[in-house]
Design a protein around this ligand. Sequence first.
Ligand code: PLP
Length: 401
Amino acid sequence: MVALPIYLDNHATTRVDPRVVEAMLPYFTEIYGNPASVSHRFGWDAEAAVESARAQVAALIRADPKEMIFTSGATESNNLALKGAAASLRRRGNHLISAATEHRAVLDPLRHLAREGWEVTLVDPDPYGLVSVEAIAAAMTDRTVLVSVMAANNEVGTINPIREIGQLCRERGVLFHTDATQAVAKLPLDVEADHIDLLSLTAHKFHGPKGIGALYVRRRDPRVRLQPLIEGGGHERGLRSGTLAVPLIVGFGRAAEIALGEHTTEVARLRHLRDRLYAGLVERVPRIRLNGHPTCRLPNNLNLSFELVDGEALMMAMRDIAVSSGSACTSANPEPSHVLRAMGLDEDLARASLRFGIGRFNTEEEIDYAIERIAGAVESLRAWSADWSSDPTQPGPRATP
Ligand SMILES: *Cc1c(COP(=O)(O)O)cnc(C)c1O
């Protein structure tokens, strides 16, 4: 028997890998120095651990370790990239470009900048949620100074053509930031080949600890200048002051090392489980729609609309399967997902959607159990739905006793 509940919400966060926990433990107990203490062994050992982790994290995106700034997570990295770059670029222009499908951690800082007088263009995606290089090019003006487009979407998993967008930005002398939080460890990323100037990532989306992330900041060709958001001591090249969270950083590094070392087998495994889930559901449940791109999508993502079913009601009907309807970060408010709406889904289809995120610790047995559970829940909800039973192409509701 599978253990319940089953966690299929790996875009929201992931379980910390036991190997990561093991790597972190000594940094709570024995090696507890402050890496900024330069006068004794405690400080030196902590500093050595931080620098080794910095190299491990940099390797994930083929960056120079000197270009990695540790932050508290991708939300902070996005804030630092957008507000920090905007403040330094103010003399050169007044226009920023991003996309309607971005995470709130990009959209909210952009709204803040718009209130400060910046002109912000949010490009619409295609019906698959893909932000094309043509759409970005069309939005550019000679006052554009920064483009921010996520590498892969956290709701529908669509992968954006960031290399082409990066190339366009480089040609136009515009800085390019990408929120690569969902793409890191799933897709090969290369800040040189992809022409990325700023890149946000976070450990807890790939089996590292919560509360630690990084911002890649290009140091040459071009050298990116940022205004810090947090001042007080000049840590992290003056861009992010505050005592470094050594145990979290060590865990971040170990998670990056594992992700890189096991990339090929892990991605194949995730894809296999995701495809099995999709095939099983399509076979068992009529009238499912796939949201997001059929091929350009994260290997661990599945986003489906179950026609004539409310996603929230469906989740309530199968509480032993942990998934998300819309984005976890916005599910406190009842609005349908801004991503699905930007893709052109009507409100009913957007509300009928569920997001599945497969992770390292999911098994085939869990997927098979989930298929049965979801199919059963959809069937019983539809049996009670007036819309479904009045549809002449569908079998009527079961006879009630
Ligand atoms: C999870 C996520 C974030 C936020 O990351 P935190 O480390 O939790 O702040 C930002 N962007 C995307 C695309 C995400 O999926």
